[in-house]
Write a protein that binds this ligand. Structure first.
Ligand SMILES: [Zn+2]
Length: 369
């Protein structure tokens, strides 16, 4: 047990989420519990991980690995002799944890995205159809997050664009999307920042420079597929240069997000086309997406991201494999699924509440009086 690597998870504690401050000690070796000396609360070693209060830890890990690689829940019920509701709970637990880890590790990073591709997929559930929208950073193949909604409308796209804005550095960026007009509205509204004037009142919002938007519209008429590629916003030369930098060619396409959607359909039994393993509750879809997305980002080598190294004087060729998170510089190694599930999500840092109203009267000292 290493108290130096732990932080206090108590939301009411002023030292919450801080590592290496010397406020954490070992409370019980046998029960594997720590104590925070600032707030006096004890907490379990697994608090803040997906393993917290899970009895069958090893079976849980195996089941989550299988779920994230396309195994239907019914197969896990039969193989491990556990209840169907337990498997559904494990999926929701692991997915919720992965979403929190994603928000902590990717949602707070600042990346020069270059090119982002976004798309929506239609998902059939037992309660009707829902839509899942995702976005990918093309140069590193990093999945930037997903949103689930009953309607394929402006709200869904605004929520997706908001996820990407949090990650994006103010650098040239091109969005490659389908023909849905909501992207134009959402991107124009989100990629703005306030211009400080020094006066009171809400400052004017100014659009980020060099934000381009391109559309790939596919139409099928009489069995013939026609593809229309158009630049909705941005200068053609800048778009071509950005596309060349991020994907090696200057062809306008949405192939990367379409390939990622195919991975999601393969890795999540309920997303397979013409499947009978439909989701029972649509609210399970978001955690399931984050489970598959996080395993894809942190635990899976991507063939197109590998680098060729020449080793030694003989110039022996050696391939260095990389995960999308590794390529984006968010980590320095490939994570195991256990490592992902055991990642401790820290609570937000404590901030002193703002003092409102008139400041308290100062009591005069004897000398001043
Ligand atoms: Zn504490």
């Amino acid at each position: 047990m290493d108290p130096q690597a732990q932080f206090c998870p108590n939301r009411a504690c002023t030292a919450r989420g801080q590592i290496g401050q010397g406020n954490i000690g070992v409370h019980s070796q046998q029960d594997r519990r720590y104590i925070c000396r600032t707030c006096g609360q004890t907490f379990s070693e697994s608090k803040g991980t997906a393993y917290y209060r899970v009895k069958k830890g090893e079976t849980f890990t195996l089941a989550v690995k299988l779920l994230a690689h396309g195994c239907p829940a019914q197969a896990i019920v039969a193989a491990f002799e556990v209840d169907e509701r337990t498997v559904a709970d494990w999926l929701r637990r692991a997915g919720t944890h992965c979403q929190q880890a994603h928000e902590q590790l990717i949602g707070r990073s600042h990346l020069d995205l270059g090119q982002v591709q976004a798309d929506e997929i239609k998902v059939h559930t037992q309660c009707g159809t829902v839509w899942a929208a995702s976005a990918i950073m093309v140069s590193t193949r990093l999945w930037l997050g997903g949103i689930v909604s009953v309607q394929r409308d402006l709200k869904l796209i605004q929520a997706l664009v908001a996820l990407v804005v949090c990650v994006a550095l103010c650098r040239p960026l091109v969005w490659a999307v389908d023909g849905l007009s909501s992207y134009v509205t959402a991107v124009r509204a989100a990629f703005r920042r306030p211009l400080p004037t020094g006066h009171r009142g809400r400052p004017r919002l100014v659009a980020w420079p060099d934000i381009a938007l391109i559309q790939v519209v596919k139409r099928r008429t009489g069995g013939v597929l026609s593809v229309e590629r158009r630049i909705v916003q941005g200068c053609p030369q800048a778009v071509a240069a950005l596309l060349h930098r991020t994907q090696g060619t200057s062809t306008i396409n949405t192939a990367y997000i379409e390939r990622l959607n195919a991975t999601f359909r393969q890795c999540l039994a309920c997303l397979a086309r013409r499947s009978r393993a439909l989701l029972r509750a649509p609210d399970t879809l978001q955690p399931a997406l984050y489970l598959v997305g996080s395993v894809y980002n942190f635990c899976t080598f991507h063939d197109s991201l590998r680098l060729l190294l020449l080793v030694g004087r003989s110039g022996r060729r050696r391939w260095v494999h990389r995960t999308p998170a590794l390529a984006a510089g968010l980590t320095d190694h490939r994570w195991s699924v256990e490592e992902l599930l055991a990642f401790k999500v820290p609570p937000p840092p404590f901030v002193l509440p703002k003092r409102r109203g008139r400041p308290p009267k100062r009591v005069l000292t004897e000398v001043e009086a």
